[in-house]
Design a protein around this ligand. Structure first.
Ligand SMILES: *Cc1c(COP(=O)(O)O)cnc(C)c1O
Length: 441
């Protein structure tokens, strides 16, 4: 139950009217581009409220939510224990700009769940965490060059808005106006899951490479796993050349497994750990909160102990940390990720069966509470392959599902998310809608 009184919302504006109005005062009508539905066309839904597995739009239409605010809402919306923790924290004060015990508790909770971590610095967004992790890696190694992979997103820091150059010897080109070429001249962009390319890059630049940053399961080109041999080889190359390996777990952290994606790779590669981990989304439970974390030795480089500057007025915010802590406590209960993973697999198996029955080429993958499906017969291994997916078919599927009350990510290059609030009936309803839509696709 929601303890906050809520004024009866009369549906005074349609989604289309709100979108029209929004575009007057906000560029494109949205505060983050993917919300604008540009990839799929049509009118974005203006959301008025959410509860459990559902969200409602301004027209009173209910949707089963498979975005979950792009990852944070792993428990579903308005989980009673989380809501209680947030309300209690808010009553005690919104922000102090001074240390609090709850920040320490959250850092300790993260350290307790992820063995590679000895210290944590809390920030407010994944962008900030990724940007700071790179600064830390450069500061700790005294080197400038960084490697990222095509299709991986690590936030919108200048040095990361890059696409591959024309050859291996050349560094990247900015993908956004406003980013000078000089700012990305140290960023090398390689193909995901391509062992030969990363070997060649280390051969050419090994002594200058500060870090390799990766989404271990890429969720910003739909859902693509880094292969075990690929991750293992990067680990070896980093060790040989003195570079740091950064796992961007903003999306995968505490969602694909309680120990995050790195726990899955540690099972396949004995002793595996990244050097620096980046978190966001789930650790804030829907509040603006993110973190970067590493060994004590590497974290010593950060101000006020070391020369790498980093700061934030709202960092470790007391309401956000309450939300994150309550969320982590719930998902740490025995069997949580197993149960969530079973729901996700049931959804994916059902979608695949519906596509097969309709004769539609389709492939699926999932881990814990994160999934991907593709209108292609085989799972893609990199960005180029993802982008060969049948765009028109995806768009028809997206809109067909939306009309039937199922809210999927409005772009084929985004992963999907499940929550613990999804019931069997919700999954059945989703699959019935999919069967219907795919039969017409
Ligand atoms: C969402 C995301 C980010 C950026 O986080 P924001 O909170 O949106 O700034 C960074 N890395 C990955 C892998 C993400 O999915």
């Amino acid at each position: 139950m929601n303890p906050l009184p809520r004024p009866e919302a009369a549906a005074v504006s349609t989604n289309a009217q709100l979108f029209e109005r929004a575009q007057q005062s906000i560029p494109g009508g949205v505060n983050s581009p993917v919300r604008a539905f540009r990839a799929v066309g049509g009118t974005p839904r203006f959301i008025t409220r959410a509860e459990g597995a559902y969200i409602w739009d301004a027209e009173g239409q209910r949707y089963i939510d498979y975005i979950g605010s792009w990852g944070p809402m792993i428990l579903g919306h308005g989980h009673p224990a989380v809501l209680e923790a947030v309300l209690a924290a808010a009553r005690d004060g919104f922000s102090f700009g001074a240390p609090t015990e709850r920040e320490v508790e959250l850092a300790e909770a993260i350290i307790g769940l992820v063995p590679s971590i000895e210290q944590v610095r809390l920030v407010s967004s994944g962008t900030e965490a990724g940007m700071s992790a790179i600064r830390l890696a450069r500061g700790a190694t005294g080197r400038s060059k960084i490697i990222k992979f095509e299709g991986c997103y690590h936030g919108h820091a200048d040095a990361l808005l890059v696409k591959a150059g024309s050859g291996l010897a050349t560094f990247g080109h900015p993908t956004s106006a406003g980013v000078p070429a000089e700012v990305v001249q140290h960023t090398l962009v390689l193909e995901y899951n391509n062992v030969e390319q990363i070997e060649a890059a280390f051969q050419a630049h090994g002594k200058d490479i500060a870090c390799v940053m990766i989404e271990p399961i890429a969720g910003n080109m739909n859902f693509v796993r880094a292969s075990v041999p690929f991750v293992k080889r990067i680990r070896e190359l980093c060790d040989q050349h003195g570079a740091l390996f950064i796992f961007d777990e903003v999306m995968t952290g505490f969602r694909v497994a309680l120990g995050s994606a790195q726990s899955l790779y540690a099972k396949a590669i004995p002793g595996f750990t990244p050097d620096i981990s980046v978190f966001g989304k789930v650790i804030g439970g829907g509040m603006p909160l993110a973190a970067f974390a590493s060994s004590r030795r590497i974290m010593q480089n950060l101000a006020p102990l070391g020369p790498v500057y980093q700061a934030g007025t709202l960092s470790g915010n007391p309401v956000a940390t309450a939300c994150g802590l309550a969320t982590l406590k719930e998902i740490s209960k025995p069997g949580f990720h197993e149960a969530l993973g079973a729901k996700t697999r049931r959804l994916m198996t059902g979608l695949k069966a519906a596509a097969d029955a309709a004769g539609v080429p389709f492939s699926v993958d999932s881990e814990g509470g994160m999934f991907g499906f593709f209108f292609m017969p085989e799972l893609p291994q990199n960005y180029q392959q993802v982008m060969t997916t049948d765009q028109a078919r995806f768009n028809r599927f997206f809109h067909g599902m939306l009309e039937r009350g199922v809210y999927l990510a409005p772009a084929l290059y985004e992963a999907g998310f499940t929550s613990a609030a999804l019931s069997d009936a919700d999954l059945d309803a989703t699959l019935a809608a999919a069967k219907d839509v795919l039969a017409q696709a």
